[in-house]
Design a protein around this ligand. Sequence first.
Ligand SMILES: Cc1cc2nc3c(=O)[nH]c(=O)nc-3n(C[C@H](O)[C@H](O)[C@H](O)COP(=O)(O)OP(=O)(O)OC[C@H]3O[C@@H](n4cnc5c(N)ncnc54)[C@H](O)[C@@H]3O)c2cc1C
Length: 439
Amino acid sequence: MVAIRLLPENDTTNGWSAVLPPRASKPRLAETVVADWAIIGAGYAGLAAARRLAEHRPGDRIVILEAGTAGEGAQGRNAGFAIDLPHNVTSSMAELDETARYKRLYRAAIDHLDGVIKAHDIDCDWAQDGRYHAAVSEGAVQSVLKPLVAELDRSAEDHRWVDRQTLADEIGTDYYAAAVFTPGGYLVNPAALSRGLADSLPDNVTLYETTPVVRFEPGAPSRLVTPEGEVKARQVVIAVNGFADRFGYFRHRLLSFAAHASLTRPLTDAEIAKLQGKARWGLTPANAFAGITMRRTADNRILVRQNVSFRPGLRADDAERSRVAVDHKRLFDQRFPGLSDVTIAHTWTGYICLSRNGAPGFGEVAPGVWASVCQNAVGMTKGTIGGLLLADKAVGVKNPLIADIEAVSGPAWIPPRPALDIGVRTRFAFELWRSRAEA
Ligand SMILES: Cc1cc2nc3c(=O)[nH]c(=O)nc-3n(C[C@H](O)[C@H](O)[C@H](O)COP(=O)(O)OP(=O)(O)OC[C@H]3O[C@@H](n4cnc5c(N)ncnc54)[C@H](O)[C@@H]3O)c2cc1C
């Protein structure tokens, strides 16, 4: 029996859910339940696995145990990019092969999300806005954007080179030297999407919210103990991303980072007129360490995402968020000097799980225990497809994409703490310094 000593906390700072109407959460588990499948975690991976399992096994009883509420974990705190292409490319044959696999996986995830959103009329500002991948410095134009264009050309991917002036016309800032626009990705309010996915589950799936698994005993059946109840299930799906090592899986393989994002207040009509450009857009940085992710949302706010720090304890405090909010305002002002009256309305923290080699954790980790975790900060698509394929594999349904995800899976070993902390923090500091021209 494993005691789960670190549970997620909801600090109630999430800006994406703050701009939505309140939602009634599902009841917590307060009895003993016998199920065919127990899924831990109601993020993208857990909800996709539940939906696909329900399709394959309409007569099975499927339960989801979620420590918090839908849309309040990382699934609802992210920047809302459902990406169809990996952010950056390199040119070795192995890496090109990997890129092709990821493209197939991401696109299948987008198709799934698109289908569910349309079938259930989920109101979440989901739209194919595409994405600008932008560089501040001439160095990053040459070292990142030009090779990206070469690969997009080679693989006949639709894209457009965007120079400084064109980008200024399209998004309202001349801060960037250039960008590459790719049209395939979607933007969304991730909290609204997560709520919609959780509230439209098939009839044979029961979601229990505010129901953390506090003890776990794998077996036949496995036992999952919660504060007021218990589930006995033949099959278990671990879909808790960076918390998976607390269940005893992928130990010394997962790196948890705090990532922060802010939303401004909505722009006024006068500010919108000053900003000009497209009504909605999303921009990712050529350099993920120093650069910032930005969006203009459907309700005319600007999102800023920056400030990632190593947090193996998965906790951050208000003092840190206050510092980050000041920093996000500075980054916003640098890019939009004409909008300096625009204030930051929400700043929040979420947690991302990375592996040293960028690989997710996927597959059967013990008899009757399955996992789709470690989504490396692109969990909207990677987690969704991980959950779907895990369900296919667990019931023996053949899907050619299983070979793709298995080929890119397997988080690499990382050294134990405190050597790990020193190594990660040193690498981060070095990368930030090296890429300071992209800040
Ligand atoms: C600021 C920020 C920006 C990001 N931007 C993007 C982006 O633009 N696009 C993108 O694709 N990704 C982005 N990400 C990453 C993305 O949010 C994650 O990769 C994704 O949420 C992972 O999905 P998941 O389903 O695997 O896990 P999660 O969404 O983390 O869901 C796991 C769930 O498990 C629950 N859980 C954990 N422990 C227990 C327990 N003991 N019992 C019960 N439940 C438990 C948690 O409460 C949580 O709800 C961003 C993340 C952050 C923080």
